[in-house]
Design a protein around this ligand. Structure first.
Ligand SMILES: *Cc1c(COP(=O)(O)O)cnc(C)c1O
Length: 453
């Protein structure tokens, strides 16, 4: 099923995108971004990964500048090409600092939580929103962005599209399976952003979104697109912070930087691997997973076996069937090369708790539970005598998960200002049964209710 698109590889110009399933026509990146899922049900991937020379990046450039240099070849010849500098400037308004962990030699934290919703999803969501705002649409009706979230994506997408004309957002999240602060955040937007609390798991939410997007009759009535990590418009910008951190490291030390990435749907890690594939000075990449062991088992040599998600403390990674696995297989058509390119480990809830508690009480370090999975993987490496420089990727701010973190570290976590503002607003979510019919009715009903039919 996957990898069949390799026939077309190399025969198309840089700046084209194809589906991982190989049965959709090649499209320019702006169209891949506007469509979300490819018509054959696959995920869009760039035909070829362009290569870049690290020396072409401006050493004094901001993250937005790095993003622009990095992404320019992907958009060569596209309608968005001229707007790319403005898109990057609009999306990357906050940094992704690489900070040392003073208690641990050669250990760093790549902080991706300085955006409006305090998780790395802000980068992708803001870039996607900035792209879509610049794409002309033939259809005068508003575009409904459907987004399934295990906690953080929904808020990032809500924040990125809130108040934008011509766009409606429907956020689907698994009821009771996100942190209380995440739930509040998801429902706090109002206006053009609505939250649906689905009686089911994240995988159910994701399934509902895919089914709605593939429903041609529904698409005709309600023009829809997605903003999940299946959207290329979220994946591409995520390469930027890896590039920026690795370039800074390489200029200072002349070596590559290794990353441990907390992983659920594999969007963040995929971006890291693509950046490495483009020639950026990135060394080893390790995936830190929670008790959802699909990837860890695969990289330990088993067959790929997707399964329903288990609930864990790192809930934004509660994924049993990582949607970007298809992109990973496409990127590495040779399975043995894939197994060599990556490794994955599981970190169960007991280990997450122990990591948060130990680092909090011994070193005064505070992480979110997702970041703790990566920190735990680093602790295991150090215990085995590994002395390489590692960057632990911090995917969210601990304050989003105060109910988990605070009892373990024994003191309150300061709340970033943007998050505090959201928590002060009222919050509402509509209940939804986990059925395609229920979502269909809700979408048609919302249209009718607000007179958009
Ligand atoms: C989404 C998320 C992850 C997992 O990222 P993927 O791209 O789905 O692998 C990890 N940590 C946090 C805090 C997240 O929100």
């Amino acid at each position: 099923m996957t990898g069949t698109a390799s026939d077309t590889r190399g025969s198309l110009p840089v700046g084209c995108c194809v589906s991982t399933r190989g049965a959709s026509p090649a499209v320019p990146p702006s169209q891949a971004i506007a469509t979300g899922l490819a018509p054959d049900g696959g995920l869009y991937v760039p035909t070829t990964l362009p290569t870049v020379d690290p020396a072409t990046f401006d050493p004094r450039g901001s993250l937005a500048d790095t993003a622009c240099t990095l992404l320019t070849p992907f958009f060569a010849g596209d309608v968005l090409a001229d707007g790319l500098p403005a898109i990057c400037a609009e999306a990357f308004t906050f940094g992704a600092p690489l900070r040392p962990l003073p208690a641990h030699p050669d250990s760093w934290m790549l902080e991706l939580f300085h955006g409006p919703t305090a998780a790395f999803k802000d980068f992708g969501a803001r870039f996607l929103a900035a792209c879509l705002a610049r794409l002309p649409r033939a259809d005068a009706r508003p575009l409904t962005i459907l987004v399934a979230t295990s906690g953080d994506t929904g808020a990032a997408v809500g924040a990125a599209f809130h108040g934008r004309p011509g766009v409606e957002v429907a956020i689907l999240y698994p009821d009771g399976r996100v942190s209380p602060r995440q739930a509040h955040q998801l429902g706090c937007f109002g206006d053009n952003v609505r939250a649906l609390r689905v009686d089911g798991r994240f995988d159910d939410c994701q399934h509902l979104v895919k089914a709605a997007l593939n429903d041609t009759a529904l698409q005709a009535a309600v023009p829809m697109s997605s903003a999940n990590s299946i959207s290329l418009g979220r994946l591409l910008p995520q390469m930027s912070y890896y590039a920026h951190a690795a370039l800074g490291w390489w200029r200072a030390h002349g070596t590559t930087l290794n990353f441990i990435v907390p992983t659920g749907n594999l969007g963040n890690a995929m971006a890291c691997l693509w950046a490495r594939g483009m020639g950026l000075p990135i060394g080893t990449v390790r995936l830190a997973c929670n008790a959802n062991a699909t990837l860890a088992e695969y990289f330990a040599g088993a067959d790929y076996r997707p399964r329903p998600a288990l609930r864990t403390l790192a809930n934004a990674m509660d994924v049993g069937a990582p949607s970007n696995f298809e992109r990973l297989r496409w990127t590495f058509p040779d399975e043995s090369a894939l197994r060599r390119a990556l490794s994955a480990e599981t970190v169960d809830d007991a280990a997450i708790r122990a990591t948060l508690e130990q680092h909090g009480r011994m070193h005064g370090e505070v992480f979110c539970p997702h970041t703790a999975t990566a920190m735990c993987v680093l602790d295991r490496l150090r215990a085995q005598g590994d002395q390489a420089p590692w960057a632990v990727v911090a995917t969210a701010h601990a304050a989003k998960f105060a109910s988990v973190v605070e009892p373990l570290i024994g003191h309150p976590v300061a709340v970033p200002e943007a998050l505090a503002d959201m928590l002060a607003r009222p919050s509402h979510a509509d209940p939804l049964a986990a059925s395609e019919g229920a979502l269909r009715e809700w979408l048609l009903g919302t249209r009718a209710a607000v007179g958009l039919h």
